[in-house]
Design a protein around this ligand. Structure first.
Ligand code: ACM
Length: 266
């Protein structure tokens, strides 16, 4: 299976341009699955609730999903992309999995970062796994990485490959995702954006460093901090189904769930 990411710089509010740019970067390259950054059609630094509501789109009928859907259908590929979703009078920081059949799956970010709490509702979809034939896909978004429960639940539900759109500003995630992959024996594609956003007196610098990691924690590819780029690698997702660590250790069977009660207490 050929999988990749599209690291680029969305321009705030320029949705048509940003979606076109993401598609342009994938042009001429063959892949079974692409991962794009978090909020990659809108940009990140919202300054009012009205702004978020204006830029958010319904899924699947909004123009961004329609454009990625057309591309996925024409090129027989899958696209995972971060975007703002409007649904039932609420706005979510969401990721979509767009399939060549036209089917669309949605994940709504569970763990909101900093000012995102002003703009978005916490996600209510939970962590679901989608079987696309070549692999079982789990989605999470950016700051979900710091809650190991997110990746663990996806792995327990059978995910081979975690698709992880991000807008990282702190430096820790790329290395932490290596651990998430080792402790769950899964592949992960983290796709971060690049560039600087300055709006309303706030400035954020995004750290790029998008990467693809295998179930043994090997970084198969990692991008620079500031280059717009695509990277593709060939993976065998079924390697993620072998959870044996030694002859006597198996990742999931060896868990001592009776000792883990505190994990689910409020
Ligand atoms: C983040 O969750 N965008 C840091």
């Amino acid at each position: 299976m050929r999988v990749g990411f599209v690291q680029f710089e969305p321009i705030f509010g320029e949705k048509d341009r940003n979606v076109r740019r993401s598609i342009e970067l994938m042009e001429g390259l063959e892949a079974d699955l692409w991962v794009l950054p978090e909020l990659c059609n809108t940009g990140y630094l919202f300054r009012s609730k009205e702004e978020v509501e204006d830029l958010a789109e319904e899924i699947p009928n909004g123009p961004s999903v329609q454009a990625w859907r057309e591309m996925a259908r024409e090129r027989n590929t899958h696209v995972v992309a971060g975007m703002a979703e409007r649904a039932d009078g609420k706005v979510f920081n969401a990721a979509v999995l767009v399939r060549p059949s036209g089917a669309v799956n949605v994940y709504r970010k569970a763990h909101l970062f900093d000012e995102e709490k002003r703009w978005f509702e916490p996600g209510d979809t939970g962590f679901e796994v989608v079987d696309i034939g070549d692999a079982r896909i789990g989605m999470m978004v950016c700051f979900d990485w710091i809650f190991p429960e997110a990746t663990r639940i996806l792995a327990l539900k059978g995910a081979d490959l975690i698709c992880h759109p991000a807008n990282l500003v702190l430096p820790y995630c790329p290395d932490a995702m290596v651990t998430r992959c080792i402790e769950n024996r899964v592949f992960a594609i983290t796709c971060n954006r690049i560039g600087v956003e300055r709006r309303g007196g706030s400035t954020l610098t995004f750290i790029g460093s998008s990467q693809i990691v295998d179930p043994k924690g090997q970084v198969l590819v990692r991008a620079d901090r500031d280059e717009a780029c695509v990277r593709l690698v060939e993976i065998d997702p079924t390697l993620a189904r072998d959870k044996r660590i030694t002859e006597r250790n198996a990742l999931f069977e060896d868990r001592r769930v009776a000792l883990y009660g505190a994990l689910t207490e409020g």
